[in-house]
Design a protein around this ligand. Structure first.
Ligand code: SF4
Length: 193
């Protein structure tokens, strides 16, 4: 509600960006979601969540043709699975370059595993004939890591255990603490003439 002041407890809450499909939003290419109850029902009590979906926010719509990553590291393209002439690399890359600039206040990210956009390490890569070349990061995640190399980023698969969830949250709180310290230092440095 407007006009309400923020409590000290709210000010301490970390901000975590989360893939929209993990929050239960029907944004996947097939109109489905991949809701993770721990994120929606538990994490949301302790942290503020910032939903994001690179493919929908890049304007690709729901439902949309499935895409996969084709090529080698450094020259990856997001091409249609059924129609290899469909190339949505410019849309996803353009969105990613814009969105990472808005992550300055974010303390961590939880992204969807295996996705051509959001995947961390397990997104399949293919050659133009459809043969698998290996696995790696999705296009949006690559942009995040390049822009914010120290930012804690994980996926829902890595957060399957209680131990992993606690470890991730510790990284988030440490990062937040460091970010605030840096901001304080910068605020105290006098402007150069
Ligand atoms: S994996 Fe990423 S791009 Fe795909 S639906 Fe989920 S949030 Fe959107």
């Amino acid at each position: 509600m407007s006009g309400e002041s923020t409590s000290p407890e709210q000010e301490e809450r970390p901000l975590i960006a989360v893939s929209r499909c993990l929050l239960g939003e029907a944004v996947r290419y097939d109109g489905g979601d991949r809701r993770v109850p721990w994120i929606t029902d538990v994490l949301s009590v302790h942290c503020d969540l910032m939903p994001l979906c690179p493919e929908v926010e890049a304007g690709l719509g729901v439902p949309r043709p499935a895409v996969r990553l084709v090529g080698e590291e450094g020259s990856l393209r997001a091409l249609g699975v059924d129609d290899p002439h469909l190339d949505v690399t410019p849309e996803i890359s353009c969105y990613s370059a814009r969105k990472v600039q808005q992550l300055e206040q974010v303390d961590g990210l939880i992204l969807k595993a295996g996705s051509p956009s959001c995947g961390l390490t397990d997104t399949p890569r293919f050659n133009p004939s459809g043969g698998e070349l290996g696995h790696g990061a999705g296009l949006f995640n690559q942009a995040v890591v390049a822009a914010w190399p120290a930012l804690p980023v994980t996926d829902e698969v890595a957060l399957a255990s209680e131990v992993a969830r606690v470890a991730f949250l510790m990284r988030v709180f440490r990062y937040r603490c460091h970010r605030h310290s840096q901001a304080l230092v910068q605020a105290r440095v006098p402007n150069s003439p």
